[in-house]
Write a protein that binds this ligand. Structure first.
Ligand code: Q9C
Ligand code: ZN
Length: 341
């Protein structure tokens, strides 16, 4: 297995957030990547820096106005009187307004859908490197590797073509999938982060060259709330190529693995040329913002079940916020996967 990681994520340090009236560190912290990289080293995996692919593969998925906002927002924010420590919206268009403002605060509301995706000085460089990391893993698999792992930070699956949200800015897995589709006829994305991959679903919703399958906490009661329902099956050309498997709060290994079997069966029927996994570890029983109850051993069984597909596989890191357990959960997953083969 080849593994990719860039330390450019260190420039993306979201400021503290207010939770229950108290300032606490943002959940999506740099130490997450340290823990994952340490687990890779302990497992004897070599770690390579990503290649730089430039903006073209990113622009193949994301809107030009959105990319310009991401690139310039921090600079423009500094020109506000008394600029807050991060670019963050305080007004959102909702369902009844479509105007696009010119002001940076207005554009923050237009392009950023949650208050959990702040933009700071190093965010642009970090998100480009995170996309390059996923692209490098995708390239490794196209070049013949059975499996490659992308240690992406920040994560990506809540980013739509033109919106950031939920700790995500560029949709790393979608960018990698789109890139692979230049050489392959069909790919599947399996999303096992505990949150529904709303951005990824949105990007491929009207397409049949990418099957999207997601297991996640029931959005009726859990972030991202407004997508991830079982009745969302794709539209137009893409009808039948989107499968959501929402899980009840507290779902444990046995029930989860049985739902995963349904997802894997859909992927087998689709017979893709390659698989991409949105690999979150926030379904862990000890995750501080989790909803499900997967054990460390359970991640090994999940890895084993996915490996049984026998597909060339790109593993793209998404969430997982119990920093102390992240390394063990990644190791367990990879061991189940046949140690990355
Ligand atoms: N009290 C990913 O796992 N809600 N994103 C945070 C905290 C947003 C998670 C609420 C969760 C987004 C990639
Ligand atoms: Zn998540």
């Amino acid at each position: 297995m080849r593994a990719f990681y860039s330390d450019a994520h260190l420039g993306h340090q979201p400021p503290e957030i207010i939770s229950r009236g108290k300032a606490i560190p943002h959940w999506e912290v740099a130490r997450r990547a340290d823990a994952l990289v340490q687990a890779l080293r302990d497992g004897g995996h070599g770690i390579e820096p990503p290649e730089s692919f430039g903006l073209a593969p990113v622009a193949a998925v994301h809107d030009p106005g959105y990319l310009e906002f991401l690139e310039t927002a921090w600079q423009r924010w500094q020109e506000l009187p008394n600029p807050p420590p991060a670019v963050q919206p305080n007004a959102h268009p909702g369902r009844h307004m479509t105007g696009r403002p010119t002001d940076v605060l207005g554009q923050a509301g237009y392009y950023v859908t949650t208050n959990s995706a702040p933009i700071v000085a190093g965010t642009w460089a970090a998100i480009l490197a995170s996309a390059d990391t996923a692209l490098s893993a995708a390239r490794a698999v196209l070049d013949g590797e059975d499996v490659a792992y992308a240690c992406c930070r920040p994560p990506g699956h809540h980013a739509f073509g033109d919106t950031a949200g939920g700790f995500c800015y560029l949709n790393n897995v979608a960018i990698a999938a789109q890139d692979m589709l230049q050489e392959l006829a069909r790919v599947a994305i399996l999303d096992i982060d505990v949150h529904h991959g709303n951005g990824t679903q949105g990007i491929f919703y009207r397409r049949r060259d990418c099957l999207f399958v997601s297991l996640h906490g029931d959005p009726a009661e859990y972030f991202p709330f407004f997508a991830g329902y079982a009745h969302e099956c794709g539209e137009g050309e893409g009808l039948g190529y989107n499968l959501n498997l929402p899980q009840a709060q507290g779902t444990g290994d046995e029930d989860y693995l049985s739902a995963l079997d349904d997802g894997l069966a859909a992927i087998r029927r689709y017979a893709p040329d390659a698989l991409l996994v949105s690999l979150g570890f926030d379904a862990y029983e000890g995750d501080p913002i989790g909803f499900l109850s997967i054990s460390t051993e359970g991640f090994g069984r999940i890895g084993e079940a996915i490996a049984r597909l026998g597909l060339p596989t790109v593993l793209v890191q998404e969430g997982g916020y119990n920093v102390e357990a992240l390394g063990a959960n990644l190791s367990s997953f990879l061991t189940g996967f046949g140690n990355g083969r």
